[in-house]
Design a binder for this molecule. Structure first.
Ligand SMILES: Cc1ncc(COP(=O)(O)O)c(C=O)c1O
Length: 333
């Protein structure tokens, strides 16, 4: 796997830190927990999409694009960071935002929605829940072409082979940090939404023949469906990166303990995980991805999934702005 040969923009200065979560580990009496601070990645308010955008925006530039179009939910971290990268690069940006099935707390006034307005109040277009988002992206691209622009579509979550390369690169970063720490990780735990972060990590570790099992906490689909999706995406990434062997289905481990009551719908387990992490490590997770993933990790720990001395690295993938949009939920007793 030769990442240096691929076009890439750099939006973060160096590696994100890995912190020992000593007080959180003590709460459970093991395993040994560590947190990778991908919430500290570059672009506005950080988070996991920055790694994907390093490769996606470079690809757009290499194809002569002047307009980037992508889609997501009303509180989309991916859309916030895509817009942020476009502002930085002087590119036009169009965000197609799908309305929630039911109105959620303050999602139309604060959090990521506020940040879209601050970065570019003309970038967003809201479409009804249930809209065919791929068709909506194509329609937006056609409109841009008719204006003489050169559009570049980024799929929802940035989870195509180019974007997922960002998390294969993250696997390389983690491997080098664990060598510095002189102790390899047994498990890496992350949220699994559009699936690209987990798939990129799996492809990256597989290319180095490394152990850490990547456990994806599904926040959108039931376990089996997510596993099939991530398996397909991991093989697409491996092929893109020229990793010889196919990735076996056994390498893909997804869990849906944290999914209920559904995508972007808050749960008591998520609230407990967000508060526990804040009160033990002074870290803010988010209600849709990292908070739910931490709730899933906590459930696995309580179920006895890990050995006491296992070393588990949790990826804090960011998303913190959405916390403010869900403020009323955290005030509820
Ligand atoms: C903060 C945050 N964490 C995790 C994820 C999940 O990453 P992926 O969509 O690559 O599975 C997302 C996706 O939007 C996210 O915004």
């Amino acid at each position: 796997m030769n990442l240096d040969a691929l076009p890439r923009k750099i939006y973060t200065d160096g590696a994100t830190p890995i912190e020992k979560a000593e007080r959180l580990s003590q709460v459970f009496g093991g395993p040994e927990l560590f947190i990778k601070r991908d919430d500290q990645l570059g672009l506005t308010e950080g988070g996991n999409k920055t790694r994907k955008l390093e490769f996606l925006i470079a690809d757009a530039a290499s194809k002569g694009a002047d307009t980037v179009i992508t889609a997501g939910a009303i509180q989309s971290n991916h859309c916030r960071l895509t817009l942020s990268a476009c502002v930085k690069e002087g590119l036009n940006c169009r965000l197609v935002l799908e309305e929630n099935e039911e109105p959620q707390y303050d999602t139309y006034s604060t959090g990521n929605f506020l940040i879209y307005q601050l970065l570019d109040e003309h970038a967003t277009e809201i479409v009804a829940n249930g809209t065919d988002m791929e068709a909506a992206l194509e329609r937006a691209a056609e409109e841009e072409r008719s204006r003489g622009r050169v559009p570049y579509i980024i799929p929802v979550g940035g989870s195509n082979a180019v974007g997922m390369t960002g998390y294969a690169a993250c696997a390389v970063e983690i491997a080098s940090q664990s060598e510095e720490l002189d102790a390899p990780f047994d498990y890496v735990v992350c949220a699994s939404g559009s699936g690209g972060m987990q798939a990129g990590l799996v492809a990256g570790f597989a290319s180095m023949n490394r152990r850490p099992d990547v456990l994806g906490m599904s926040v959108i689909k039931p376990e089996k469906d997510q596993q099939a999706l991530v398996h397909k995406l991991a093989n697409e990434t491996a092929e893109h990166l020229g990793v010889g062997a196919k990735i076996s289905r056994e390498r893909i481990q997804c869990f849906d303990e944290c999914l209920a009551p559904g995508y972007a719908l808050p749960s008591d387990a998520m609230k407990e995980a967000v508060k526990l992490t804040a009160q033990s490590e002074a870290l803010l997770l988010d209600p849709v991805y990292s908070g739910k993933a931490m709730a899933g990790l906590n459930a696995l720990i309580r179920d006895g999934f890990f050995q006491e001395n296992d070393r588990v690295l949790f990826i804090h993938s960011g998303g913190t702005p959405a916390l403010y949009a869900y403020a009323p939920f955290f005030h509820e007793k």
